[in-house]
Design a protein around this ligand. Structure first.
Ligand code: NAD
Length: 244
Protein backbone atom coordinates (compact mmCIF):
# COMPACT_ATOMS: atom_id res chain seq x y z
CA UNK A 1 0.00 0.00 0.00
CA UNK A 2 2.99 2.34 0.61
CA UNK A 3 3.51 2.90 -3.10
CA UNK A 4 -0.16 3.82 -3.64
CA UNK A 5 -0.12 6.23 -0.69
CA UNK A 6 3.01 7.96 -1.98
CA UNK A 7 1.44 8.36 -5.42
CA UNK A 8 -1.81 9.68 -3.94
CA UNK A 9 0.18 12.17 -1.87
CA UNK A 10 1.95 13.32 -5.02
CA UNK A 11 -1.41 13.77 -6.83
CA UNK A 12 -2.87 15.77 -3.93
CA UNK A 13 0.17 18.02 -3.75
CA UNK A 14 0.13 18.71 -7.48
CA UNK A 15 -3.61 18.97 -8.08
CA UNK A 16 -5.43 22.25 -8.59
CA UNK A 17 -8.95 20.96 -8.73
CA UNK A 18 -9.59 17.90 -6.62
CA UNK A 19 -13.11 16.47 -6.41
CA UNK A 20 -14.20 13.75 -4.00
CA UNK A 21 -17.25 11.50 -4.26
CA UNK A 22 -18.26 10.03 -0.92
CA UNK A 23 -20.65 7.19 -0.12
CA UNK A 24 -22.05 5.57 2.98
CA UNK A 25 -18.62 4.03 3.76
CA UNK A 26 -17.27 7.36 5.01
CA UNK A 27 -19.80 7.32 7.86
CA UNK A 28 -19.65 3.71 9.08
CA UNK A 29 -17.02 4.65 11.69
CA UNK A 30 -19.47 7.32 12.92
CA UNK A 31 -21.90 4.52 13.75
CA UNK A 32 -24.14 4.85 10.68
CA UNK A 33 -24.33 1.53 8.82
CA UNK A 34 -23.93 1.52 5.04
CA UNK A 35 -26.30 -0.41 2.78
CA UNK A 36 -24.35 -3.20 1.19
CA UNK A 37 -21.38 -4.33 3.26
CA UNK A 38 -21.37 -7.14 5.82
CA UNK A 39 -22.97 -5.13 8.63
CA UNK A 40 -24.97 -3.02 6.18
CA UNK A 41 -28.62 -2.07 6.47
CA UNK A 42 -29.66 -4.52 3.73
CA UNK A 43 -28.26 -7.43 5.76
CA UNK A 44 -30.54 -6.52 8.66
CA UNK A 45 -33.97 -8.15 8.45
CA UNK A 46 -36.84 -6.34 6.77
CA UNK A 47 -34.89 -3.61 5.02
CA UNK A 48 -34.31 -3.58 1.30
CA UNK A 49 -34.40 -1.14 -1.59
CA UNK A 50 -38.23 -1.25 -1.67
CA UNK A 51 -38.42 0.56 1.65
CA UNK A 52 -36.59 3.51 0.13
CA UNK A 53 -38.77 3.63 -2.99
CA UNK A 54 -40.95 6.72 -3.35
CA UNK A 55 -44.07 4.71 -4.26
CA UNK A 56 -43.67 2.53 -1.17
CA UNK A 57 -43.26 5.67 0.94
CA UNK A 58 -46.41 7.28 -0.50
CA UNK A 59 -48.44 4.11 0.00
CA UNK A 60 -47.24 3.27 3.48
CA UNK A 61 -45.29 6.05 5.24
CA UNK A 62 -45.99 4.41 8.62
CA UNK A 63 -43.85 1.38 7.74
CA UNK A 64 -41.10 3.63 6.39
CA UNK A 65 -40.93 5.72 9.56
CA UNK A 66 -41.05 2.64 11.83
CA UNK A 67 -38.09 1.11 10.01
CA UNK A 68 -36.21 4.38 9.58
CA UNK A 69 -36.27 5.34 13.30
CA UNK A 70 -33.06 3.57 14.44
CA UNK A 71 -31.10 4.84 11.41
CA UNK A 72 -32.37 8.37 12.03
CA UNK A 73 -31.33 8.21 15.69
CA UNK A 74 -27.84 7.02 14.76
CA UNK A 75 -27.57 9.87 12.23
CA UNK A 76 -28.64 12.47 14.82
CA UNK A 77 -26.02 11.21 17.28
CA UNK A 78 -23.21 10.78 14.77
CA UNK A 79 -20.08 12.90 14.72
CA UNK A 80 -17.80 13.41 11.69
CA UNK A 81 -15.05 10.84 11.19
CA UNK A 82 -11.34 11.32 10.58
CA UNK A 83 -12.03 11.34 6.84
CA UNK A 84 -14.74 14.04 7.10
CA UNK A 85 -12.26 16.25 9.00
CA UNK A 86 -9.50 15.38 6.54
CA UNK A 87 -11.65 16.58 3.61
CA UNK A 88 -12.56 19.77 5.43
CA UNK A 89 -8.82 20.43 5.93
CA UNK A 90 -8.05 19.82 2.24
CA UNK A 91 -10.76 22.35 1.32
CA UNK A 92 -9.28 24.89 3.74
CA UNK A 93 -5.88 24.35 2.15
CA UNK A 94 -7.44 25.19 -1.22
CA UNK A 95 -6.80 21.76 -2.73
CA UNK A 96 -10.25 20.20 -2.57
CA UNK A 97 -12.84 22.06 -4.66
CA UNK A 98 -16.01 19.99 -4.35
CA UNK A 99 -17.41 17.09 -2.35
CA UNK A 100 -20.18 15.17 -4.06
CA UNK A 101 -21.85 12.99 -1.49
CA UNK A 102 -24.47 10.29 -1.72
CA UNK A 103 -25.00 10.52 2.01
CA UNK A 104 -28.00 12.07 3.68
CA UNK A 105 -26.38 12.24 7.12
CA UNK A 106 -25.09 15.82 6.87
CA UNK A 107 -21.70 14.89 8.36
CA UNK A 108 -19.72 16.91 5.80
CA UNK A 109 -21.64 19.98 7.00
CA UNK A 110 -21.07 19.05 10.63
CA UNK A 111 -17.34 18.80 9.87
CA UNK A 112 -17.44 22.31 8.36
CA UNK A 113 -16.95 21.53 4.66
CA UNK A 114 -18.39 24.30 2.49
CA UNK A 115 -18.72 23.16 -1.09
CA UNK A 116 -20.78 20.01 -0.74
CA UNK A 117 -23.27 18.69 -3.29
CA UNK A 118 -25.69 16.43 -1.43
CA UNK A 119 -26.96 14.53 -4.40
CA UNK A 120 -29.43 12.43 -2.41
CA UNK A 121 -30.60 15.33 -0.28
CA UNK A 122 -30.41 15.75 3.50
CA UNK A 123 -32.41 15.57 6.70
CA UNK A 124 -32.36 19.27 7.59
CA UNK A 125 -35.64 19.86 5.76
CA UNK A 126 -39.04 18.12 5.60
CA UNK A 127 -41.58 18.56 2.79
CA UNK A 128 -45.36 18.09 2.99
CA UNK A 129 -46.70 15.63 0.42
CA UNK A 130 -50.08 17.40 0.39
CA UNK A 131 -49.61 21.19 0.44
CA UNK A 132 -45.87 21.29 -0.47
CA UNK A 133 -44.95 23.35 2.62
CA UNK A 134 -41.34 22.86 3.75
CA UNK A 135 -40.03 22.91 7.30
CA UNK A 136 -36.57 23.02 8.82
CA UNK A 137 -35.97 20.19 11.27
CA UNK A 138 -37.56 20.99 14.63
CA UNK A 139 -37.44 19.23 18.01
CA UNK A 140 -41.01 18.14 17.35
CA UNK A 141 -40.11 16.51 14.03
CA UNK A 142 -37.01 14.88 15.54
CA UNK A 143 -39.09 13.46 18.38
CA UNK A 144 -41.70 11.89 16.09
CA UNK A 145 -39.17 10.41 13.69
CA UNK A 146 -37.04 8.96 16.50
CA UNK A 147 -40.15 7.30 17.91
CA UNK A 148 -40.98 5.82 14.50
CA UNK A 149 -44.03 8.05 14.07
CA UNK A 150 -45.06 9.97 10.95
CA UNK A 151 -44.20 13.69 11.27
CA UNK A 152 -47.12 15.82 10.09
CA UNK A 153 -47.51 19.20 8.41
CA UNK A 154 -48.54 21.92 10.86
CA UNK A 155 -50.58 23.66 8.16
CA UNK A 156 -52.61 20.78 6.68
CA UNK A 157 -51.80 17.60 8.63
CA UNK A 158 -50.24 15.94 5.56
CA UNK A 159 -47.38 13.46 5.75
CA UNK A 160 -43.92 15.06 5.89
CA UNK A 161 -41.24 13.49 3.74
CA UNK A 162 -37.57 13.99 4.53
CA UNK A 163 -35.81 16.16 1.93
CA UNK A 164 -33.97 13.11 0.62
CA UNK A 165 -34.04 11.39 -2.75
CA UNK A 166 -35.89 8.09 -2.72
CA UNK A 167 -35.46 5.45 -5.42
CA UNK A 168 -37.75 6.56 -8.25
CA UNK A 169 -37.02 10.28 -7.74
CA UNK A 170 -34.60 12.65 -9.46
CA UNK A 171 -31.30 13.33 -7.72
CA UNK A 172 -30.37 16.87 -6.71
CA UNK A 173 -27.52 18.93 -8.20
CA UNK A 174 -26.55 16.40 -10.86
CA UNK A 175 -25.62 19.06 -13.42
CA UNK A 176 -23.32 20.79 -10.92
CA UNK A 177 -21.79 17.45 -9.94
CA UNK A 178 -21.10 16.56 -13.57
CA UNK A 179 -19.42 19.94 -14.15
CA UNK A 180 -17.28 19.47 -11.05
CA UNK A 181 -16.11 16.05 -12.26
CA UNK A 182 -15.41 17.40 -15.75
CA UNK A 183 -13.10 20.08 -14.37
CA UNK A 184 -11.35 17.84 -11.83
CA UNK A 185 -7.69 17.00 -12.24
CA UNK A 186 -7.94 14.50 -9.37
CA UNK A 187 -11.10 12.49 -8.67
CA UNK A 188 -11.22 10.36 -5.52
CA UNK A 189 -14.06 8.02 -4.58
CA UNK A 190 -14.31 7.18 -0.88
CA UNK A 191 -16.58 4.48 0.55
CA UNK A 192 -19.05 3.81 -2.22
CA UNK A 193 -19.93 0.48 -3.77
CA UNK A 194 -20.50 2.50 -6.99
CA UNK A 195 -23.60 0.60 -7.95
CA UNK A 196 -26.23 3.31 -7.36
CA UNK A 197 -26.85 5.44 -10.46
CA UNK A 198 -26.50 8.21 -11.49
CA UNK A 199 -23.63 8.72 -9.00
CA UNK A 200 -21.90 5.55 -10.19
CA UNK A 201 -21.83 7.13 -13.67
CA UNK A 202 -20.19 10.40 -12.55
CA UNK A 203 -16.56 9.19 -12.87
CA UNK A 204 -17.33 8.62 -16.56
CA UNK A 205 -17.43 12.42 -17.03
CA UNK A 206 -13.82 12.97 -15.98
CA UNK A 207 -11.22 14.19 -18.48
CA UNK A 208 -8.85 11.55 -19.78
CA UNK A 209 -5.77 13.20 -18.24
CA UNK A 210 -7.28 13.50 -14.77
CA UNK A 211 -6.21 11.07 -12.03
CA UNK A 212 -8.79 8.63 -10.69
CA UNK A 213 -8.48 6.99 -7.27
CA UNK A 214 -10.84 4.64 -5.39
CA UNK A 215 -10.54 3.86 -1.68
CA UNK A 216 -13.18 1.34 -0.68
CA UNK A 217 -13.02 -1.74 1.54
CA UNK A 218 -14.59 -3.92 -1.13
CA UNK A 219 -14.09 -4.10 -4.91
CA UNK A 220 -16.28 -1.85 -7.08
CA UNK A 221 -17.31 -2.16 -10.74
CA UNK A 222 -15.04 0.81 -11.60
CA UNK A 223 -11.84 -0.53 -10.01
CA UNK A 224 -10.39 -1.42 -13.41
CA UNK A 225 -10.67 2.20 -14.58
CA UNK A 226 -8.83 3.69 -11.58
CA UNK A 227 -5.08 4.34 -11.40
CA UNK A 228 -5.02 3.68 -7.67
CA UNK A 229 -7.37 1.26 -5.91
CA UNK A 230 -7.03 0.64 -2.18
CA UNK A 231 -9.31 -1.91 -0.49
CA UNK A 232 -8.74 -0.76 3.09
CA UNK A 233 -10.40 1.34 5.76
CA UNK A 234 -10.24 4.92 4.47
CA UNK A 235 -9.44 6.53 7.85
CA UNK A 236 -6.40 4.28 8.21
CA UNK A 237 -5.26 5.03 4.65
CA UNK A 238 -5.69 8.81 4.88
CA UNK A 239 -3.94 9.03 8.25
CA UNK A 240 -0.73 8.14 6.38
CA UNK A 241 -1.03 11.38 4.39
CA UNK A 242 -0.75 13.53 7.51
CA UNK A 243 -2.80 16.61 6.61
CA UNK A 244 -4.54 16.69 10.01
P1 NAD B 1 -23.00 1.20 -0.15
O1 NAD B 1 -23.53 0.70 1.15
O2 NAD B 1 -23.56 0.63 -1.38
O3 NAD B 1 -21.43 1.02 -0.19
C1 NAD B 1 -20.60 1.45 0.85
C2 NAD B 1 -19.20 0.95 0.57
O4 NAD B 1 -18.34 1.52 1.54
C3 NAD B 1 -19.08 -0.57 0.66
O5 NAD B 1 -18.60 -1.08 -0.57
C4 NAD B 1 -18.07 -0.78 1.81
O6 NAD B 1 -17.15 -1.80 1.52
C5 NAD B 1 -17.38 0.54 1.90
N1 NAD B 1 -16.94 0.89 3.26
C6 NAD B 1 -17.65 0.83 4.41
N2 NAD B 1 -16.93 1.32 5.44
C7 NAD B 1 -15.72 1.67 4.92
C8 NAD B 1 -14.54 2.23 5.46
N3 NAD B 1 -14.44 2.52 6.78
N4 NAD B 1 -13.48 2.48 4.65
C9 NAD B 1 -13.55 2.17 3.31
N5 NAD B 1 -14.65 1.65 2.74
C10 NAD B 1 -15.73 1.41 3.53
O7 NAD B 1 -23.13 2.78 -0.12
P2 NAD B 1 -23.25 3.84 -1.30
O8 NAD B 1 -22.41 3.42 -2.45
O9 NAD B 1 -23.03 5.15 -0.69
O10 NAD B 1 -24.76 3.73 -1.78
C11 NAD B 1 -25.77 3.55 -0.85
C12 NAD B 1 -26.89 4.56 -0.90
O11 NAD B 1 -27.42 4.58 0.40
C13 NAD B 1 -26.48 5.97 -1.17
O12 NAD B 1 -27.34 6.40 -2.13
C14 NAD B 1 -26.73 6.75 0.13
O13 NAD B 1 -27.57 7.85 -0.13
C15 NAD B 1 -27.51 5.84 1.00
N6 NAD B 1 -27.03 5.69 2.40
C16 NAD B 1 -26.56 6.77 3.07
C17 NAD B 1 -26.11 6.62 4.37
C18 NAD B 1 -25.59 7.84 5.08
O14 NAD B 1 -26.09 8.95 4.84
N7 NAD B 1 -24.57 7.69 5.94
C19 NAD B 1 -26.07 5.37 4.99
C20 NAD B 1 -26.57 4.28 4.27
C21 NAD B 1 -27.03 4.44 2.96
Amino acid sequence: MRQEIDTLMEYIQKCKSMVVITGAGISTKAGIPDFRSQNGIYRQGGVNETLFHIEAFREDPATFYKTFAPLYTSILNAQPTYTHHFLKRLEELGRLKTIITQNIDGLHHKAGSKNVIEIHGHLRQWDCLECRASYDTSEEIEKHVQKGEIPRCVACGGVLKPHVVFFGEYVMGLEKAMQAVQTADLLVVLGSSLVVYPVAGLPGYREEESHFVIINREPTPLDEEAEIVIHEDMDEVLKHLGFL
